[in-house]
Ligand binder design. Structure first.
Ligand SMILES: [Zn+2]
Length: 330
């Protein structure tokens, strides 16, 4: 019985992902946390840029206006001084640590297959679950946790949260939160907004409401769009850097098919796999790894996504700074 249901869910998600992605692109880019620089991709994908672009959404206490993006890479990741960092697209770490993340599942066949691959290699990953699927496959959710992986909230039905009211967003997140807890007893600490679409204000709100850290990504192989394993593998290998948060989807067979070779090649390059929370725990102010961070006028030069960060909202953008304080614990 679950089959038809699953199909419709899956198809709907696939379709909506494909369609929405193009429709949303502009929104995402304009409306928020998109790792801005590489705007071309359908999703916040700094990926195509050689540089692990510094996602704008990130870190910034989000004081910056949602639309800040387009032109500038904006305020980035580490927040050194200001408010606690609650959004991450990548981390600054010592060592070749990366986090593999898989969205939109669990999927009846592909997720267990992926779990086998990860287990064989002793790799821990992070799964951002869609509530509807978690509720449908609680045993898979349980297995994910039992095998040492981390779980995050990816909304109930994968809508574009940035266009929804707080009440609706809360419903999406709460139902998923509950489905995860009910399935495995673990309380998720992370959330990833579908399409990366979540305004700065919503990021602070979700952090305050659920204690979630908002997780985006800096490597996007566009595996939902290009259903080709070699492509998935080569994109990930091309863009992964220490501290990367790699996005992919375990609902797609081609993505899972790509994993053995991808994981082995990453390991051969010296990368070590950790969960997102482990990666965040190793995060340190970018200024330490970066040459010169001049807070003062770090304002993003239009083109080069420097990782340097402006601790403050971009000067150029009259971001109406919402109080970062509103936010929360980190
Ligand atoms: Zn998704």
């Amino acid at each position: 019985m679950g089959i038809t249901l699953f199909f419709s869910h899956a198809m709907a998600r696939i379709l909506s992902t494909a369609c929405l992605a193009s429709v949303l692109l502009p929104l995402v880019v304009a409306a928020d946390p998109t790792p801005g620089p590489a705007g071309k991709a359908a999703q916040p994908a700094p990926a195509s840029t050689a540089a692990p672009a510094t996602p704008s959404p990130a870190a910034q206490p989000a004081a910056s206006a949602p639309e800040a993006i387009a032109a500038a890479p904006a305020p980035a990741s580490s927040t050194a001084a200001a408010a606690p960092k609650i959004t991450y697209s990548q981390c600054h770490v010592d060592g070749q640590y990366i986090a593999m993340t898989f969205d939109d599942g669990p999927h009846a066949q592909n997720t267990p297959r992926l779990l086998d691959m990860l287990k064989q290699r002793g790799i821990k990953a992070t799964f951002f679950l869609v509530g509807e699927c978690a509720a449908e496959y609680p045993q898979i959710v349980k297995r994910i946790v039992a095998e040492g992986h981390e779980l995050g909230n990816h909304s109930w039905s994968h809508p574009q949260l940035s266009k929804m009211t707080d009440a609706s967003v809360k419903d999406q997140l709460q139902k998923t939160h509950d489905a995860i807890v009910n399935a495995c007893g673990v309380v998720p600490k992370l959330m990833r907004p579908p399409y990366g679409a979540f305004t700065a204000r919503q990021q602070r709100w979700a952090n305050g409401e659920f204690g979630y850290k908002i997780i985006l990504w800096d490597v996007d192989p566009l595996d939902w769009k290009v259903r080709n394993s070699e492509h998935v593998e080569s994109e990930i290998l091309k863009h992964a850097v220490p501290g990367s948060i790699i996005l992919s989807h375990d609902i797609h067979k081609t993505t899972v098919d790509a994993m053995p070779a991808t994981l082995d090649a990453l390991a051969a390059k010296g990368f070590k796999f950790v969960t997102v929370s482990e990666l965040i725990a190793m995060d340190k102010p970018a200024s330490k790894t970066k040459p010169a961070a001049k807070p003062e006028d770090a304002p993003a030069p239009a083109s080069a996504p420097t990782k340097t960060e402006a601790p403050v909202a971009k000067p150029s953008e009259p971001a109406k700074a919402a109080t970062p304080t509103a936010a929360v614990s980190k």
